[in-house]
Design a protein around this ligand. Structure first.
Ligand code: FES
Length: 345
């Protein structure tokens, strides 16, 4: 086996890092005190603008109704509050960032620093030198000598967390005397004799419309009788159901006796984890899979959870048929539908 020998002429030259000349070209602000003062004013303006935008975010949160909308040329209708919060808080962060960059580029020392590679752990002397260098850098940054920049930066940073704190208020707490989330989710517009209609065409459904192994998304026929401030969104969200059909002998258990009809079972469509609508059904296993966090429910076995983060089974709606042969509810759900965050309360 031949050995490859590289002649000294072919050997790559070791770069000599120490030979690199670093020439510092003074900036205008280094030599012209007026330019330095102008840059200082610009930094202060940016920090002050940041504070103003943060206050604007707070004002927007208090003053703009949560349901106010605004039409934008290409985006269509958007929530005015979300738009105002996003713009004002985003500009507040942007101004802080621009201010810091401008300060560093124009006013902090601009000389290049060369650091040689060394062992990972520094010696005690080097550590002491690093601390001293940090303190020198701190002094050079002018943080102590430029009180107006320091105060405007600290003021802007102090205000910045406030929008984040007040937005926490939107985590739901029931007003005094209002029904708790569990009570609100326990009542839907389903009731005895309410027909099941398909969710798009809104046609009443007969048992023969639900194929064996199939899944049909459906709603209550009285959905449009509901009058709510937001149309019927709440009612629609709570009442959406799925119909599935399996052979009666495949049904292991139900949440109540006689709640299915000829192998057709009705379940809430809203995942009991955090409320995603579900329509992924595996005919062979009778498993219903939530696409959000993969909670899986066994519809042949009372809708029990077989996998995933959901802590509660999928509520079943008792169904039968009316005298004209259409599928109807026997009653409302017998347990709260939707996410079960309220159980932690
Ligand atoms: S919302 Fe269904 S698993 Fe999380």
């Amino acid at each position: 086996m031949s050995e490859i020998v590289r002649s000294s002429q072919e050997a790559p030259e070791e770069p000599d890092f120490t030979a690199t000349e670093h020439v510092h070209h003074p900036r205008r602000t280094d030599v012209d005190p007026r330019a330095a003062r102008r840059a200082e004013r610009q930094v202060v303006i940016l920090f002050t603008l940041s504070a103003v935008f943060t206050i604007a975010a707070l004002a927007a949160y208090v003053l703009i109704p949560v349901d106010a909308g605004v039409a934008l040329p290409l985006a269509g209708g958007v929530g005015a509050l979300n738009l105002a919060l996003g713009l004002s808080f985003g500009l507040a962060i942007l101004c802080i960032g621009l201010g810091v960059i401008h300060w560093a580029r124009k006013l902090m020392p601009g000389g290049e620093v060369v650091a040689q590679r060394h062992e990972l752990r520094s010696s005690d002397e080097e550590r002491a030198e690093a601390v001293a260098a940090f303190e020198r850098g701190l002094a050079d940054s002018g943080f102590a000598q430029r009180p107006i920049i320091r105060r405007s930066l600290l003021g802007a940073l102090a205000l910045m967390p406030l929008p984040l704190v007040i937005i926490l208020r939107d985590l739901y707490t029931a007003p005094e005397g209002a029904p708790s989330p569990a009570e609100q989710l326990s009542v839907t517009i389903w009731g005895e004799g309410i027909r099941v209609v398909s969710d798009v065409a809104e046609r009443p459904i007969r048992p023969e419309d639900v194929p064996l192994g199939g899944l049909v998304s459906a709603n209550p026929a009285n959905l449009h009788d509901v009058e709510e401030e937001d149309g019927n969104l709440n009612a629609r969200a709570k009442a959406a159901i799925l119909l599935v059909r399996m052979r009666p002998d495949e049904i292991v258990s139900e949440q109540g006796e006689g709640w299915s009809y000829q192998g057709i079972l009705a379940f809430s469509k809203i995942c009991t984890h955090v409320g995603c609508p579900i329509a992924l059904y595996e005919q062979r296993t009778h498993h219903l899979l939530c696409p959000c966090h993969q909670s899986t429910f066994d519809l042949a076995d009372s809708g029990n959870v077989v996998f995933g983060p959901a802590a509660r089974r999928m509520p079943q709606l008792p169904i039968t048929v009316d005298e004209e042969g259409f599928i109807v509810a026997q009653s409302d759900f017998q347990e709260p539908v939707g996410p079960s965050f309220w159980e932690r309360g």
